[in-house]
Design a protein around this ligand. Sequence first.
Ligand SMILES: NS(=O)(=O)c1ccc(C(=O)NCc2cc(F)ccc2F)cc1
Ligand SMILES: [Zn+2]
Length: 260
Amino acid sequence: WGLKGVGSALGPDCMKHPLTIPGGTRQSPINIQWRDSVYDPFLKPLKISYDPATCLHIWNNGYSFLVEFDDSTDRSIIDGGPLENQYRLKQFHFHWGAINDWGSEHTVDCKFYPAELHLVHWNAVVYPTFEEAVMEGDGLAVIGVFLKLGARHEGLQTLVDALPAVKHKDTVIEFDVFDPSCLMPSCPDYWTYAGSLTTPPLTESVTWIIKKQPIEVDEDQLEAFRMLLFTSDGEEEKRMVDNFRPLQPLMNRTVRSSFQ
Ligand SMILES: NS(=O)(=O)c1ccc(C(=O)NCc2cc(F)ccc2F)cc1
Ligand SMILES: [Zn+2]
């Protein structure tokens, strides 16, 4: 994982995954070079409407902790922005570092943030299931939000308080009301580009929407992420840290901005 990513981009089964997938032309994450991004006046504002009651549970899947949502209806969706359809919220999760100097997957002008939030949505207008959408170029839309060290985030705290209950891999707890909108920065500005999942199967199915403005969290909240474990109960403990993929080549892509 992360900076130790030599020979392996992902996951514990190191050395099996090359740093980039053969033939990949739109892999993620990337460095966003602010001055190379191109303002697109035709980009619309991103519309977000989440129903907090669609929240289901938190689980530790051995890579990150995921907050999963009921995506059987269109109750929690995003629309507008660079998207041609509305996309349904399926889950959100984070990537973070062992220390505050790194942890995000994307960088801005080569700067890492201590953590990055990913809200994962799929195109249920065109595809019948998430699993099918994951295999299609316009199947997924992931909103990326950078976390920076600062004031305590009250909305995040309800999630942080639940983390000890999912310390080990394959643990899950019910989490039945949470509004992920509280994790959105106030500024509407974003970058967008065509990319991929950053964990296996690395499919090139993601329209990335990266918010320009980070949200602030405090040290205790980041430390709470770092006390989670990659390992199951009874195994030798490995702290869940540095669960970010190394930067991938931009290749023939342009990052567009919604702002000048
Ligand atoms: N870090 S990220 O935002 O890019 C990301 C988002 C979602 C997934 C995911 O759903 N994986 C599981 C998964 C993948 C499939 F391809 C099919 C099913 C499935 F559950 C992986 C990475
Ligand atoms: Zn992610």
